[in-house]
Design a protein around this ligand. Structure first.
Ligand code: 8X3
Length: 248
């Protein structure tokens, strides 16, 4: 199996690379930071074959060139994990920073589309494949001050459904995974490096860990051939809804 993971240099992508390495999947690790990808590749290369691609998912030309540059032995991608994405800022619509909006729409929506456009035609040609889109509880429940992030994840939900409609006939499975609060660098990015504010998001309860999401992805991609795990929402046990978390 060959798996391509975007956003592999941290968080859910990093944990998924580890989980896939344990399954001996050959890995194409993608991210923006070569040093981080090299570090991860170094940790996993004893378990499986690993290659890296550096690109920003927001740049269509670069995405296409990078994926197009894969040697033949790496081209038959079986699993695409569209994990790259982030939240930028948390503010009311009238106060929104347009650069933050662009980063979320371009990264979470366009980026997912660009990578998929580069990978999916090969899957169609081979009549096999599995796409895992990392959405969010925010794609199902819009919350105050998060309109644009929630909209970007609602778009991911729609794209998962649309991809499944278009690709099922070609033997390609599509899984949408919608996590709640996962303790990663996510909140630190959202709050622009304010680590104290970020820590508060995960305080007073046991949040999900990146490995919990990686386990869920493994569950979806190892399901029997006749089973599609279409949509999974995964929350911490203390989280009842996007903005309802019971803290100690
Ligand atoms: C991350 C979950 O609830 O912070 O996508 O939006 S949440």
């Amino acid at each position: 199996m060959i798996a391509l993971i975007t956003g592999a240099s941290s968080g859910i992508g990093w944990a998924t690379a580890y989980a896939f390495a344990n399954l001996q999947y050959r890995l194409i690790l993608c991210g923006r930071q070569q040093d981080k990808l090299d570090e991860l590749a170094g940790q996993l290369s004893a378990k499986t074959e690993v290659t890296t691609l550096v690109f920003d998912v927001r740049d269509y030309e670069v995405v296409t060139a990078a994926i197009g540059s894969l040697p033949e032995a790496w081209q038959a991608i079986d699993i695409l994990v569209n994990n790259a994405g982030n939240a930028h800022g948390l503010s009311a619509i009238q106060d929104g920073d347009v650069a933050d909006w662009d980063a979320m729409i371009d990264g979470n929506v366009q980026g997912l589309l660009y990578v998929s456009r580069a990978v999916v035609p090969g899957m169609v040609a081979r009549q096999r494949g599995h796409i895992v889109n990392i959405s969010s509880i925010a794609g199902k429940q819009t919350y105050a001050n998060g309109a644009v992030y929630c909209a970007s994840k609602a778009a991911v939900e729609a794209l998962s459904t649309g991809m499944r409609l278009d690709l099922t006939q070609h033997g390609i499975k599509v899984t949408n995974i919608a996590p709640g609060a996962v303790e990663t660098g996510f909140s630190s990015v959202r709050f622009k490096g304010d680590t104290e504010r970020a820590a508060q998001v995960y305080a007073g309860f046991d949040p999900l860990q990146a490995t919990d999401i990686a386990d869920t992805i493994v569950y979806a991609v190892t399901a029997p051939a006749h089973v599609t795990i279409a949509d999974i929402t995964i929350l911490a046990a203390a989280q009842a809804a996007a903005t309802t978390i019971y803290r100690k």
